[in-house]
Design a protein around this ligand. Structure first.
Ligand SMILES: C[S@@+](CC[C@H](N)C(=O)[O-])C[C@H]1O[C@@H](n2cnc3c(N)ncnc32)[C@H](O)[C@@H]1O
Length: 355
């Protein structure tokens, strides 16, 4: 379950959490997941009992993480029950998903732009979704929007995140939404279905918050015990690669350009994706961070060289580096070799910290 997301740390969760616990002090309670993406590290921090604030400048990512942090268990959907939209039941979450999965499809923004029916709109038969699945996505998104006044923030984040997961499972793409396949993948022809997820319970008294900002605009504003930074490390801009999921969550019917129908992704370009700007972006963050420990995930194929990272971090305190090697399949290698990648976790204990 969960979407395929560049740089997602689902498989590195143990490596990150073990080292975070090992190298930080027991007096640390609050963490800031500054580039939260799918929320996998936020979920692990929540499970360990930390208070977590998560941020990402993509709305879809902030929302995926909100669904994890704001729900300790399946919500009651009391607004929908009290207003007779779903019947009283022991399992309102299942009832809501069943309701949404049973909706008749409608020809909305996703259908008219990202299924073959886009031909009516823009002279291109885009094949991101089958017509049937696109109509269902439109119907479900419209219904969740219509329910806004009956849903708590946590409930609406959960339903949108479940819709994103369901959409990802039937997307006719090779990993990201930069382009669509020119033939139908088997998974894209299966009917879309929202499915129940598992929840992560936090520690009683722990607090959770979500932000949706460019990290450079907020880094100097708040204090945390631990800041965990997992910025992009390649030139691939997330706003372009996940543009359709962003549009589904934002539901803002943007102006689209090009044969792939991109929204204006340039509004959210990350300095970390440019070789020239990335070192400065990291330096700015570290200089303005208000924390006891600053942790950075990065790998040896990134825009910033290890030596440069060490220079930036060491200027602020003591640095420990933990490494993990893993094999990555390189699809653009002519000989289809597997390549070893070194994933690093840099742990900076701030010089002015007494932790
Ligand atoms: C490597 S991914 C994080 C993956 C995440 N740890 C996970 O496990 O899913 C980097 C994230 O940083 C976000 N991002 C990039 N530049 C940003 C910025 N300047 N401010 C806030 N978020 C940013 C991207 O949208 C993307 O979700």
């Amino acid at each position: 379950m969960g979407i395929e997301y560049l740089g997602n740390k689902r498989n590195l969760e143990n490596f990150i959490m073990e080292n975070l616990v090992k190298h930080t002090s027991d007096s640390c309670h609050s963490c800031f997941d500054a580039f939260c993406g799918t929320g996998s590290v936020s979920a692990a921090l929540k499970k360990k009992g930390y208070s977590v604030t998560a941020n990402d400048f993509l709305v879809v990512s902030a929302n995926m993480t909100a669904a994890i942090l704001l729900n300790d268990e399946a919500p009651s959907f009391s607004g929908l029950v009290e207003n007779g939209i779903i019947s009283e039941t022991d399992d309102p979450y299942s009832a809501v998903l069943c309701y949404l999965n049973s909706l008749n499809g409608v020809e909305g923004f996703i259908t008219m732009n990202y299924s073959p029916l886009s031909i009516k709109n823009c002279d291109t038969e885009r094949m991101y979704f089958s017509v049937e699945n696109a109509k269902k996505i439109d119907a479900i998104r419209e219904k969740i929007e219509g329910w806004t006044c009956f849903l708590a923030e946590s409930e609406s984040a959960l339903l949108l995140a479940d819709l994103v997961d369901a959409t990802a499972a039937v997307s006719n793409i090779a990993g990201t939404y930069g382009c669509y396949m020119k033939y139908w993948k088997k998974k894209a022809l299966k009917p879309i279905e929202m499915v129940k997820r598992d929840f992560v319970a936090g520690k009683p008294g722990a607090r959770y918050a979500i932000m949706n900002d460019n990290v450079k605009d907020i880094i100097a504003e708040y204090d945390f015990d631990i800041i965990y930074a997992d910025p992009p490390y390649t030139k691939r801009q997330y706003s372009a690669y996940y543009h359709i999921l962003e549009t589904i969550v934002m539901n803002d019917h943007p102006k689209l350009v090009g044969s792939t129908g991109m929204r204006n992704w340039k509004e959210k370009t990350s300095a970390f994706c440019y070789k020239r700007k990335a070192p400065g972006a990291l330096r700015y963050m570290v200089e303005h961070a208000r924390c006891k420990y600053f942790l950075l995930s990065y790998n040896d194929e990134g825009q910033i060289k290890h030596e440069e990272i060490m220079t930036v971090l060491s200027a602020k305190g003591e640095v420990v580096v933990e490494e993990m090697k893993y094999k990555r399949y390189k699809s653009n290698n002519s000989d289809n070799q597997r390549k070893d990648v070194i994933e690093r976790l840099y742990i900076l204990r701030m010089g002015n910290s007494d932790a």
